[in-house]
Design a protein around this ligand. Structure first.
Ligand SMILES: Nc1ncnc2c1ncn2[C@@H]1O[C@H](COP(=O)(O)OP(=O)(O)O)[C@@H](O)[C@H]1O
Ligand SMILES: Nc1ccn([C@@H]2O[C@H](COP(=O)(O)OP(=O)(O)O)[C@@H](O)[C@H]2O)c(=O)n1
Ligand SMILES: [Mg+2]
Length: 239
């Protein structure tokens, strides 16, 4: 019988970061960006005079991350960076990294973080937006630490789409995008990876009061109605 993986971790709850935390964090973020300029090797994250607004989108395979990201882009003008899509694009570029990435994805494992973060960083640096949805990232503590090392930035929002395994398996097997990892053998491996590596990251952000847990069962529109208020609460996004 499939289980709801999130129930494995009582720490996961839809917390709201306290105003005090948020103010302190905003000051820290602004402070760290005022000392570093893009020329000093950090991600050039100044856009139109604004510091970046970063959202991580977490959840198991098939929980609906990509689908909800499309709605967030339409309603709040974010740039959607899917770590999985960036990795699959690297595979088609026939680089040496590409071959290794393909093997890792087939095994449902996590690609070395410096590869993934380099791809994300390139997209951020070449974008003229300052609002980013980073979908399917971070998927491990190593991912999270590498992103923070490179960008010195922490996310403003972390969304977690909480979905029963049975529903995730059903959606992935019906996805029909011709993906090499959408088969029953690989999905089982991906779910094990999700439990062992992804959930600790969800817990990390839950403890820091940044996590918004979304019940990912229901229609895509019903789920988005839980997502909308999370972004609507950040008035800086409407400017
Ligand atoms: N709320 C939903 N109910 C049923 N199917 C969904 C829902 N949200 C997404 N799907 C479908 O499930 C599959 C996985 O969705 P996707 O957004 O790719 O999830 P993820 O990026 O988390 O793997 C897709 O075929 C998508 O059309
Ligand atoms: N941060 C990430 C994101 C994805 N990946 C790899 O890419 C695969 C597909 O990721 P995805 O986000 O497109 O998958 P879905 O959750 O959308 O089904 C994952 O199963 C991993 O093998 C990774 O190694 N590191
Ligand atoms: Mg996806």
């Amino acid at each position: 019988m499939w289980k709801r993986v999130a129930s494995l971790s009582p720490l996961i709850s839809s917390k709201r970061s306290s105003t005090l935390n948020q103010a302190a964090y905003t000051f820290k973020r602004f402070e760290s960006f005022t000392t570093e300029t893009p020329a000093q090797g950090k991600v050039g994250m100044f856009f139109k005079g604004k510091t970046p607004f970063i959202t991580f989108v977490l959840g198991g395979p098939g929980s609906g991350k990509g689908t909800q990201c499309e709605k967030i882009v339409e309603n709040f003008g974010f740039t959607h960076l899917s770590a999985g899509d960036l990795l699959r694009r690297e595979i088609t570029s026939n680089t040496e990294d590409g071959a290794k990435i393909l093997d890792t994805i087939k095994e449902g494992k996590i690609v070395h973080s410096e590869v993934t973060v380099k791809l994300i960083r390139k997209e951020i640096d070449s974008s003229d937006n300052y609002k980013f949805l980073i979908d399917g990232f971070p998927r491990s503590e190593e991912n999270r630490i590498e992103f923070e090392r490179i960008t010195e930035a922490e996310p403003d929002i972390v969304l977690f789409f909480d979905c029963p395994e049975e529903e995730m398996v059903k959606r992935v097997l019906n996805r029909n995008q011709g993906r090499v990892d959408d088969n029953i053998d690989t999905i089982r491996k991906r779910l094990k990876t999700f439990e062992s590596l992804n959930l600790p990251v969800v817990n990390y952000y839950s403890k820091r009061g940044k996590l918004y847990t979304i019940n990912a069962v229901g229609t895509a529109d019903e789920i988005f109605e839980q997502v909308r208020p999370v972004f609507a609460a950040h008035e800086e996004l409407s400017t």
